[in-house]
Design a protein around this ligand. Structure first.
Ligand code: SAH
Length: 212
């Protein structure tokens, strides 16, 4: 579809302008059908660089943020083969990780969203994704440790189980802070300690407790 193709090209050009340089990420986001991850009524907006509602008061993240987090996860020489994602939502970020050949373990606390995402990714043909319906504050210990953990909801503070489930040299990418004042943190597990840097100010829905 011509309209969709030019909208996608424009989105990728936007991401480049905003500083996304990882060609693997750009290529995947160019071809991934984001319109399949939102309701029919939002499809016309699907290739704009903005978050969109996905029901249950949640949003599919802005493409720039998905690209930024994925790029931050991949940066450097360490392979990221097993990745835990907290906050499946629409499954869009999950699909980006799966397209990279990563084994993805994705946890969502809202049953309705988890089920829709699971069905969607199955229909799209992904086999390397495992879905958990749970409170992601606890991580997913039975499948850990992970080379990478990506959290797509903002935590008040970094949950200890996520740090515990990072493999040696594993990396956690997580937004931290109250609603109006969140920063995206990149935390690397070193031999003896954790090394933290801050990447950007961001605006995510909150990481909540329990499941529903
Ligand atoms: N990556 C998703 C973003 C969805 S928004 C996408 O691109 O579509 C954040 C998601 O995190 C929401 O679906 C929300 O329900 C979920 N979430 C919030 N707190 C959570 C928790 N404690 N455990 C698991 N998921 C959580």
């Amino acid at each position: 579809m011509q309209v969709s193709l030019s909208a996608r090209n424009k989105l990728i050009a936007d991401l480049r302008r905003q500083g996304i340089t990882d060609e693997r990420v750009l290529e995947i986001m160019q071809k991934l059908p984001r319109h399949e991850f939102v309701d029919e009524s939002w499809r016309a907006e699907a290739y704009k660089n903005k978050p969109l509602p996905i029901g249950q008061s949640q949003t599919i993240s802005q493409p720039y943020i998905v690209a930024l987090m994925t790029q931050a996860l991949l940066e450097g020489d360490r392979p990221r083969k097993r990745v835990l994602e907290i906050g499946t939502g629409s499954g869009y970020q999950t699909a980006v990780l799966a397209e990279l050949g990563i084994s993805v373990f994705s946890v969502e606390r809202l049953k309705a969203l988890s089920e829709v995402a699971r069905e969607r990714l199955r229909a799209l043909g992904y086999r390397n994704v495992h879905f958990g319906y749970n409170d992601g504050n606890a991580g997913w210990a039975s499948h850990g440790p992970y080379d990478g953990i990506l959290v797509t909801a903002a935590a008040a503070s970094v949950p200890q189980p996520l740090l515990d489930q990072l493999d040696k040299h594993g990396r956690l990418v997580i937004p931290v802070g109250p609603p109006q004042n969140q920063v995206l943190r990149v935390i690397d597990r070193g031999a003896r300690s954790f090394d933290t840097r801050e990447l950007a100010t961001v605006s995510f829905v909150p990481l909540l407790e329990g499941r529903a």
